[in-house]
Design a protein around this ligand. Structure first.
Ligand SMILES: NC(=O)C1=CN([C@@H]2O[C@H](COP(=O)(O)OP(=O)(O)OC[C@H]3O[C@@H](n4cnc5c(N)ncnc54)[C@H](OP(=O)(O)O)[C@@H]3O)[C@@H](O)[C@H]2O)[C@@H](O)CC1
Ligand SMILES: Nc1ncnc2c1ncn2[C@@H]1O[C@H](COP(=O)(O)OP(=O)(O)O)[C@@H](O)[C@H]1O
Ligand SMILES: [Mg+2]
Length: 277
């Protein structure tokens, strides 16, 4: 199995510079379906990371009783309830899963994606819903990215004894399902069934609740900006890890919060810009 190192050189060819005469419409409108009454943190983390990654507009959909929490934390984001699924024409990409829970109300969001043509990233409880209710992959006739951690991966594709076995299954499944799989971990593995990448950034400061939710926001942002599923996965994973590595300049692996990492996404972009000029 050939595995390409996901390093600065690889990312330099993927990243597209932001045109100086752009406007918010140029950079896409993302829809994030995230959060629930006891997991609003997941929605806020994903939304902040999405906005810090360059998207033009962001709408977050979740239960209406939590509306004010979002407005107070992120005034830049807009809010929608579940009716948003009736007309997705104003969006460019969808991220679904962080903190939504695995009940039948959340499952409805997955069903409502079936007719959709936009690119989608499925994470966290969206993956758990697909596994729990045995959702048929044949209903997904749009480009998509799956971002499981090893336990979520096994819930979807069966138990595995090792990381190398999971990588083999990830390659097979991404080919079979025509999607990109991001198998998260210390050295996150990305595959589209043809090319495979292993990330070179990130540290154990990310081994904390919420880190994956931030990655979902970042990949959703890149999809909305017009990057392909593979490009968005590569950019998201690399910059998420790089922002965490930059965070080590002021924090330790122990003290680092995902909020600190999100604040350093800007420095991660700046590092990329300095290498491109
Ligand atoms: N602030 C918020 O609102 C937050 C909201 N969140 C949201 O909550 C939802 C459910 O998330 P969750 O953490 O409760 O369940 P889940 O991710 O399935 O983990 C369950 C068990 O799986 C295992 N496991 C995990 N990673 C592993 C690995 N790399 N390698 C191996 N095993 C691994 C580990 O099991 P253990 O090793 O302890 O046996 C772990 O205890 C989800 O939607 C998420 O987005 C969270 O992001 C937190 C912040
Ligand atoms: N030791 C580590 N080294 C590098 N990256 C890590 C490490 N531990 C976790 N991560 C990264 O942190 C994120 C964790 O995602 P996930 O398990 O979904 O967390 P959560 O659901 O709590 O947000 C992944 O992107 C993973 O690659
Ligand atoms: Mg997660």
């Amino acid at each position: 199995m050939e595995v390409i190192k996901l390093d600065l050189n690889c990312i330099k060819n993927t990243y597209k510079k932001r045109p100086c005469d752009s406007h918010k419409g140029t950079h896409g409108h993302a829809l994030l379906i995230a959060g629930s009454s006891d997991k609003m943190g997941a929605a806020i983390i994903a939304a902040k990371a999405c906005l810090r990654s360059g998207v033009g507009l962001l709408t977050v959909a979740f239960s209406p009783e939590n509306k004010s929490v979002l407005f107070h934390s992120i005034p830049e984001a807009m809010y929608a309830n579940s009716c948003v699924m009736n007309d997705l024409s104003s969006f460019n990409a969808i991220g679904i899963g962080p903190g939504i829970g695995v009940d039948e109300i959340s499952l409805q969001y997955i069903y409502e994606l079936y007719e959709n043509k936009l690119p989608v990233i499925f994470d966290a409880d969206a993956l758990n819903l697909i596994a729990k209710y045995k959702v048929d992959w044949k209903n997904f006739n749009f480009p998509f990215v799956l971002t499981p951690h090893p336990k979520e991966f096994d819930r979807l594709f069966g138990e595995h004894d090792s990381e190398s076995d999971r990588r083999i299954t990830a390659i097979q499944k991404s080919k079979e399902l025509n999607c990109v799989i991001v198998l998260k971990g210390h050295k996150t593995f990305i595959t589209n069934g043809i090319q495979n990448f292993e990330n070179t950034t990130g540290n154990s400061g990310l081994a904390k609740g919420g880190s994956g939710d931030a990655l979902t926001g970042m990949i959703t942002s890149f999809l909305a900006q017009g990057y392909t599923t593979l490009e968005a996965a590569k950019l998201g994973v690399y910059l998420h890890g790089l922002a965490a590595d930059i965070t080590l300049q002021r924090q330790s692996e122990e003290s680092m919060l995902i909020t600190d990492v999100i604040e350093n996404i800007g420095l991660a972009f700046k590092h990329l810009h300095s290498e491109i000029q």
